[in-house]
Design a protein around this ligand. Structure first.
Ligand code: ATP
Length: 643
């Protein structure tokens, strides 16, 4: 409480709460958050800021809170609308030059020294002598400008972007330029995960309610209320991940009203439920002992969340909440034939899989990945797609997340009908012995699948958990059985020049995992074998434009020494023989001891276009994999049980 009172004074500055939210207050909050590593302090600082904004909202203004929250998570819209920032270094350097009169060469030299363009922009501004103090920036102005930049496309858009950024920078004071430039780059780098923002929003809302009611709750009661509110917001947001809808409802009805008003809604994709890896069938039985479970084929395609709205609109979303309706016009077209008349609106969880036109056999993911991501014309489609539905999350106006999987599956089968080569229910078997699972696993692999998904079938344990990697869903891939382990999704952060024939491309790459708590990339291995000349050229073409003058401050490098650094944008799926402790790399440092964990004999599998860098494998998962490996090595007998 002491912290929030001093923070409030500091953040508020000369702001009269009736006035528009000054961007300076937000920049001050960011600076305070950046200066601490303690999560509780970060939450409390953000709570202080959001409370000030909520007080301002008393006059019916919802935009200020909405825009402030978007700026805190550095987004401009819900994910599925996809208005994105991520302005390249050269454009920003140009704008900094134009607004401060410094030469591009000096700015670049500073960047090489600092490794943070935000800092360079701030220092460039502060070293400038100005006669007039510019009109202070406000949150609405900054938000509107960022949105205009993100939306400008086409012919003269570069010049337009530079001009808007130049004007914005000209109006910046103190640390504002630092955060505006980082926002434009696409990452704030203050260690402010979205979870922290949600918790702060809940806390600020409770404190505002308490103020409005003129009450002062006792410490214990307040603590319980804060915790409850944070859980409510997290759960509501996971069902309806749209601040555009959640924030106005929060301001109108408070935390208690939120649950009734904000529910899963067709048209707003929710983050999918994910599975934990298992290495052996025995592990599945250990976990699900005496419980009913089902095994489903794990199809090797692309996750597709299919929504049908009451007005008849059909939309297909990726696991990343990207609208894929333009990638899969054939799916959208095929769907009506699979829906029974009793079905008016729904949300399906499914896998889109490439199939052979004639034999209807499943084809591997690689076939699907040949498809363009946008503007696909039905007449140009070479590879046919069949939708394998495995879950039903919403039906005819009612969310089903809190029904058991048996019930959801029954409703799915009742309200949809399979059409050969277009729509099928995921093949499943509700067996419960090792032998049955083994036989079904082999069958799935023979039919062209990656293995099995094993899911809890009854009771609360089988409810759908959006955005969770849950123990109630286990994946059993054929690769695990060979003892190879689960694949990892890693971010390419550096490159090593090739040798011999390969001097015009990168010959090897530095990979990193992503820690969403600290928002940092932790290096994990160098990967350089298994690439064809063709692949190396393709990787070079994608990565060359992402080269940076210096390593970013949010990459925890350790002892790695690549020749070039990249903007972290590209995610690769990689397999490894095993994991080992490493004096060089930093992945999961502190979780499995002082040293980091690295991959031995990493092998490239594929580019994961469908994953953003913040969905890359995290340090906890890596530490967990390492621990399992140590355990398995220690008890060979148990490992064998699964085959
Ligand atoms: P990977 O796809 O590499 O296994 P991931 O991180 O994308 O990893 P996981 O949770 O590990 O996701 O595996 C679940 C994925 O498997 C889903 O996202 C979905 O695309 C796919 N899948 C295929 N068949 C099924 C099924 N029957 N039930 C659930 N998911 C399935």
């Amino acid at each position: 409480a002491a912290l929030s009172r001093t923070a409030e004074v500091d953040i508020k500055g000369g702001w009269k709460v009736g006035d528009p939210v000054p961007y300076a207050a937000l920049a001050k909050t960011f600076a305070l958050i950046e200066a601490t590593t303690k999560r509780l302090e970060k939450t409390s600082l953000l709570t202080s800021f959001l409370l000030l904004v909520i007080r301002r909202s008393a006059n019916g203004d919802t935009a200020s809170l909405l825009q402030s929250v978007y700026l805190c998570i550095n987004r401009l819209s819900p994910d599925y609308i996809g208005i994105e920032l991520g302005i390249g270094e050269s454009l920003l350097v140009k704008a900094i030059g134009e607004s401060t009169g410094r030469s591009l060469a000096t700015i670049k030299a500073d960047l090489k020294k600092e490794g943070d363009l935000g800092l360079v922009a701030m220092n460039s501004k502060n070293s400038q002598k100005t006669l007039f103090r510019p009109k202070p920036l406000t949150v609405p102005t900054v938000f509107a400008n960022l949105k205009e930049i993100a939306l400008s496309a086409g012919h003269s858009s570069q010049a337009k972007k530079v001009s808007i950024i130049t004007k914005l920078l000209a109006a910046c004071q103190d640390s504002e330029a630092k955060y505006i430039v980082r926002s434009l780059e696409g990452k704030l780098r203050i260690g402010n995960a979205e979870r922290t923002v949600l918790v702060a929003l809940a806390h600020a809302s409770v404190l505002a309610e308490m103020e409005q009611a003129g009450k002062r709750w006792k410490k214990e009661k307040l603590a319980a209320r804060l915790e409850e509110a944070a859980n409510v917001i997290k759960s509501v947001y996971s069902e309806l991940p749209s601040y555009d809808l959640v924030i106005p409802a929060l301001l109108k009805d408070g935390i208690d009203g939120l649950k009734g008003r904000c529910k899963l809604t067709p048209g707003v994709p929710l983050k999918p439920m994910l599975a934990k890896p298992t290495k052996a069938i025995g592990e599945v039985l250990d976990r699900f002992e005496n419980k009913k479970f089902t095994c489903e084929y794990k199809y090797d395609g692309e996750r597709a969340q299919v929504h049908k709205l009451e007005d008849g609109t059909v939309a297909v979303f990726s696991r990343n909440s990207e609208d894929m309706s333009k990638k899969y016009p054939d799916l959208v077209h095929q769907l009506p034939a699979c829906i029974k008349e009793s079905t008016t609106s729904f949300v399906l969880d499914a896998e889109a899989v490439a199939i052979d036109k004639d034999t209807k056999k499943l084809m591997p993911f690689q076939e699907l990945s040949k498809r363009k991501r946008k503007d696909v014309k039905v007449e140009d489609i070479q590879v046919r797609v069949c939708l394998f539905a495995f879950d039903l999350l919403y039906l005819n106006g009612e969310p089903l997340l809190h029904k058991s999987l048996v019930e959801r599956r029954e409703l799915l089968r009742e309200h949809f009908k399979p059409v050969d080569g277009e729509f099928q229910f995921a093949k499943s078997s509700d067996g419960d012995t090792t032998d049955e699972i083994q036989a079904f696993l082999e069958e799935s692999v023979k039919d062209g699948c990656e293995g099995l998904m094993v899911k809890m079938l009854e009771t609360e344990a089988s409810y759908y958990e959006p955005s969770r990697r849950s123990v109630n869903w286990l994946k059993l891939k054929k690769d695990y059985l060979a003892g190879v382990g689960d694949s990892l999704d890693l971010v390419v952060v550096g490159g090593y020049y090739g040798k011999g024939k390969r001097t015009n491309v990168y010959g090897a790459f530095l990979l990193a995992c992503y820690d969403s708590d600290s928002e940092e990339y932790q290096t994990i291995c160098k990967i350089g074998t298994g690439f064809s000349e063709e692949m190396l050229q393709a990787h070079y073409d994608v990565l060359k434009p992402l080269e940076l003058s210096k390593v970013r401050s949010d990459v925890k490098v350790g002892g790695a020494k690549p020749d070039v650094w990249f903007e972290p944008k590209v995610v690769w799926e990689v397999l490894t023989a095993d994991l080992s402790l490493s004096p060089i790399y930093t992945a999961a440092q502190g979780l499995a001891g002082e040293r980091g964990i690295s991959l031995r004999f990493p092998r490239f599998i594929r580019v994961r276009d469908d994953k953003g860098v913040d969905e890359a494998t995290g340090p906890e998962q890596i530490a967990e994999m390492y621990e399992r490996q140590v355990l398995a090595q220690g008890s060979g007998g148990k490992k064998k049980r699964g085959g």
